[in-house]
Design a protein around this ligand. Sequence first.
Ligand code: ACO
Length: 368
Amino acid sequence: LSYVPGLENIPAAETYISTIDTDVGKIWIRGFSLEDLALQSTYEEVLYLLIHGTLPDFETLSSFRRNIYDEWHVPQEIWDIVNMLPRDIHPMDILRTAISALAGFDRELDDPSHEANIRKAVRLVAKTGFLVGNLENMAKGGIRVFSRDLSHAANILQAIIERPAQNWEARAFETAFILYVEHELAASTFASRVIASTMTDIYGAVCGAISALKGPLHGGANEKALEVFQYDVAGAERFVRERLAARERIMGFGHRVYRRGIDPRAQVMKDILAELCRRHGDDRLYRVAVRVEEIMAAEKGLYPNLDFYVAPVYKLLGIPVKLFTPIFAASRMAGWCAHVIEQQLANRLFRPRAIYRGARGSSYPSRN
Ligand code: ACO
């Protein structure tokens, strides 16, 4: 047996959902480029593509959207549970608890059929978006209802910023939201597939994924990536050099799969950051980003991942930093569900082996 730490470059599943094609710098989602989807499609359409395998026609998409919107409702009992949690815990912990509790309200929880799994996936995506949009509002005592005249993503943004969003703001948010939707076997997705492989329910699998996403090496990085953007260019340069000298990580840089260049998703957000800076008439955040990118490439040979460019975009949209990772979860819920469904359609239990480094044959001490 040979051991590869972190399963680097080891295929751990066969999938028809997505792949990262580093040779051409593309992410393919069921055959379509994720960048194209992010710039031209809607989140609802990409959700359909992920869980059904094909793009919907116009009529199908309209009824699918109604289907999502019918599932926004979150029972009062869930808000009551959330209200019982300590006020100062991280919203990712609130979200994990809420999704876990929601399982108890799903009449189809233990129906393992493919059709029921698809219905549960739509339910989970809809309710997670509604919860994330309202996590902060709930603490302030008032939930904002979602509007059927707006997209799922625009509703989440408006609930968070507590004001109507301009079209360009909603589009920037939705682009980032689509870019987060699915990314092959990321740690959280792998976690969801491992859990699903015991043929447990989909809620349990995505709760594990939420826990994995919270970590600073994964989704939690988008919060930390914001740190560097509190400075001007010279300050950011100092900050980065000091961190590197102390052998600390700059969050939003590096990726297990993208070793030779920028994450293609980050490039899309970089262009959006440039546009938002133009609209705000202040290009400080863009100049900081470009300088940090140059330093990291020169000093470490590392390139930005999606989180690095999403952080300043969210900042310009007025999104509170502690909601950065929950928004990631609200989007990725679609990818997790697609993987859980795929895993359970052709399941084999994940049960790898470990290389044992411990002792053998120790004699148990006599107790008398
Ligand atoms: N800043 C500084 N140095 C770094 C960084 C970073 N962000 N990332 C990796 N390195 C260094 C490591 O210290 C290591 O150096 P060494 O060989 O001198 O010890 C080398 O690069 C290789 O790093 P590994 O940790 O082995 O790379 P790995 O593939 O395991 O890690 C990871 C990938 C976890 C993403 C890493 O690059 C990292 O911690 N980045 C910061 C967190 C982050 O941005 N995560 C978001 C991931 S993308 C997403 O979730 C959307």
